[in-house]
Every structure is written in structure tokens, then in C-alpha cells.
Design a protein. Structure first.
Length: 285
């Protein structure tokens, strides 16, 4: 028995499934998950199972009939989604229906939706049951899950991270934007979901490490080559440079390796309660 990482269609998250055979990467397989049998794609090499872990199961490699049936259910789900959207509008329900998904045996249909407040959707159950005998499960999702399922382009021009590779939605704070020297503009810091950009979180550790090699913002420094002194006005962690406003009234970009603390600039003792250096504290200012 091996453990295979598999991926479902609407999410990049990898799920560990126990399999009797080590299927090749890219193989379409039928898996038994929490909702029932579904089609998934093998996305990695097999590994050893852990005795204390609980896994879903890979039932078999998907046959052409399985894939054809899966396509039929996908089309049926899309048709049902548009029908439910129309009925929700007729009833003035403040809800956005994001996806309708069937299990491979059509025993369960999951209706994923988002709403700004708690909402009762029992009035739509009859509409679902007029189209299928499957059990109905309404699943509320948040803005990030919605963006993950629908897909969108990020500010970088590529598909948003939540739809391509993110495995979990880790907490993101405005502190991370400060550490990355970004302007605190909500429009530029928000993703398609309206929340803070996920990339702020997984790039943050790299920026924290780079800031350790830079002088503190607003500190007094002198250039080793020219001897010019001034105040640090901006940090550029990726290039390892800082902007210095010199005593002569000039703004210069200088590599941090060519700078030293000004003679009249004494280091501040201690750090904040989180144990961060004074350089990192000023980066948050």
C-alpha cells in the first residue's frame, strides 16, 4: 500500500489517498473521499502510510466510462447552478451560488455558495430535487474559497495563487505589507477575493531575513566611499539597497554593504516583546 497525493478539479490542495497501486503522476483515478466517489488526478509519487493517519482511498484508475460520466455530471451541475441562480433572483435571496458538484455515483450534490450574512436556502431544495434524486448539501464558503473555485487573475497578471498552488489559507496581516515596504493602499494590497493578498504571507519570511542586513529606517548612516552622511528614508530588501537623504540635501540609493552607522548614532537597546531587531521595528513604521 502507498499514499498518493491527488488533486480535485476545483482546488489545488493535495489530498493523501491510500492506494494498492503506485499510479503514475497525471493518472485520473476514482477516489473515495468524504463526500463519496469522485474523479481526481495523481499529482505526486507514492509514499509510505503513517499508522496514525486517516486516509481516503484510491478505488481504481478511471475508465473511459468513468470520465464520460464525470463530464456528464459536470454539465448537469452547471445547468443546475444556473437554474438555482435564476430561482434565487426570483426569491430575492442575497446569495451567490458558486458551484454545484455531483459525486460520481450521483448520490450527493453539493451546492457551494457565499453570502454576507447567514441565510436559509431550504426554499431551493425543491428545485434541486426536481432535477436529481441525489441528497443535497448546501456548503457556505468564504471569499477566498470562492476565488479559489472560480479562478481569477492577480495583480501580477497570473492566475491567483489560491487556484494554482496554495495548500492552506494562512493568516495575512498588514504587518507583512509593512515589512515588504509596500504602500498601505487597500486596493493594491487586496486580491480578487477582497482580502489581503495571500502572497504577502508566503513571501514574508524572505523579506524578514533580508531586512536583517539593512540599516534601520530613519537611522543616521555614512557612506564608506564618499563619507557622505544622511538619514535612511526607504529600504529596498530585494536589491539590498537603501535610499539616503544626505546632509547636503541629495537623495541617493546606496548598497547597504557600503554604509556604516553615523558616529553620533547610538544603537537602541533591546527590542520589542516579540524579540525583533530595531531594524525590523523601523521597517514597520
Amino acid at each position: 500500500m502507498v499514499v498518493l497525493p491527488v488533486r480535485f478539479e476545483r482546488s489545488p490542495r493535495l489530498h493523501s489517498m491510500l492506494s494498492e497501486e503506485p499510479y503514475a503522476v497525471g493518472t485520473k483515478v476514482v477516489v473515495q473521499g468524504k463526500r463519496g466517489p469522485e474523479i481526481a488526478t495523481v499529482r505526486g509519487e507514492g509514499g509510505e502510510p503513517h499508522p496514525q493517519e486517516r486516509y481516503g482511498a484510491v478505488l481504481r484508475a478511471a475508465t473511459p466510462d468513468d470520465l464520460e460520466r464525470w463530464e456528464e455530471l459536470h454539465r448537469a451541475g452547471e445547468d443546475l447552478k444556473w437554474l438555482l441562480r435564476a430561482r434565487a433572483r426570483e426569491r430575492s435571496l442575497p446569495v451567490k451560488l458558486v458551484a454545484v458538484e455531483f459525486t460520481l455515483d450521483e448520490s450527493l450534490v453539493t451546492v457551494s455558495y457565499s453570502a454576507d450574512e447567514r441565510i436559509e436556502l431550504t426554499s431551493l431544495i425543491g428545485e434541486v430535487r426536481s432535477q436529481t434524486r441525489a441528497r443535497v448539501n448546501f456548503a457556505a464558503i468564504g471569499p477566498r474559497e470562492q476565488a479559489q473555485m472560480l479562478g481569477a487573475l492577480g495583480a501580477c497578471g497570473r492566475e491567483n495563487c489560491s487556484s494554482t498552488h496554495l495548500q492552506d489559507f494562512a493568516p495575512v496581516s498588514i504587518r507583512m505589507a509593512r515589512d515588504q515596504q509596500l504602500p498601505l493602499n487597500p486596493e493594491k494590497l487586496s486580491g480578487p477575493c477582497g482580502r489581503l493578498l495571500c502572497c504577502l504571507q508566503f513571501e514574508h519570511t524572505q523579506y524578514v531575513d533580508l531586512l536583517k542586513n539593512l540599516p534601520r529606517k530613519n537611522s543616521k548612516v555614512c557612506h564608506d566611499g564618499s563619507g557622505a552622511c544622511g538619514k535612511v528614508t526607504k529600504l529596498h530588501p530585494l536589491t539590498g539597497t537603501v535610499d539616503v537623504y544626505t546632509d547636503q540635501g541629495m537623495l541617493q540609493g546606496i548598497p547597504a554593504t557600503e554604509l556604516r552607522r553615523a558616529p553620533d548614532e547610538s544603537p537602541k537597546a533591546g527590542g520589542d516583546r516579540g524579540g525583533k531587531s530595531t531594524r525590523q521595528q523601523d521597517a514597520d513604521a
